[in-house]
Design a protein around this ligand. Sequence first.
Ligand code: PEP
Ligand code: MN
Length: 346
Amino acid sequence: MIISMRLHATKEEIDNVCLRIEEFGYKVHTIQGEERVVIGVIGTGDVTLCLESLQAMPGVENAVRISAPYKFVSREFRPGRSRIRVNSTEIGGAEFIVMAGPCSVESERQIMETAQAVAGAGARMLRGGAFKPRTSPYEFQGLELEGLKLLRKAKAATGLDIVTEVMTDSDVELVAEYADVLQIGARNMQNVALLKALGPCGRPVLLKRGMSSTVKELLMSAEYIVAHGNSNIILCERGIRTFENSVRNTCDLTAVAVLNELTHLPVVVDPSHSTGRSSLVPPVCRAAVAIGADGLLVEVHPCPEKAFSDGAQSLSIPRFQAMMRELKPYLELWRQARLAEESLAV
Ligand code: PEP
Ligand code: MN
């Protein structure tokens, strides 16, 4: 924040403003200009409340916020990329990470078959919802604990790390026992109680952008998790609501480039929920690689036409395998770009 004092502000007014800033827990940097005093405010806290309080004080002409309201997730805080470690995998580093699997865990056979297939095709993590936030209460709600146990079996069989959704703060401990990465769904991006509970959970978080949320709001949600003690966050662009209705959601790929400027956190793209149609998934995957995403979250099902949820946007196993093959030359260019970036940074 920057506070500009009025032209003829008295010493007492200036001292009072400085005291008030310190009461909020901030540090004060006073600059005595030729005409007026300008006060710089440094630190973290409730900026809005502090600004409103200072604006009301005698002698203050203007109080403005200069830095983004998110601090710890910003590129200013950490100029390079953060690498998020998930066991032996690193997201945000020199490898493009594909997370793949069904929308929902449905049965042992379904999750095992998918896990084996996506592992064989080069995926590094297995996705699959055990707790499903469905739009209708009459739709499949997930196998819950049974689903988590099946994911554990699939991990044991394939070595894939597990990313699965947690919907409420009271389930965080349970899901963290089974998952390697906790997914926060689009509908829960601003569930503050849930975000706070992720602080001490001990697992990296995959935070999906809300379908009606701005990039800034996404970063503020990530800031919540960091502020509560967990800085291992992967952001996910999964499409937003627009007037366009030829697709389920509009994939805001530009957001990936914007996020790469604003934050050090890795960003993955979910081409499945972004489009709602499996034929659009491979081209959006290629575009995500080209724009500099750190990975993908893709829905794959052994029999999409029989899926309990999101079948229309799920790739069959052969189509996933074909997509992974087709992605290879793009990934080679991606690797070169990353290496070039790293050598520039040194
Ligand atoms: C999902 O990943 O299956 C899901 C429910 O995604 P979103 O929260 O982005 O709708
Ligand atoms: Mn889904």
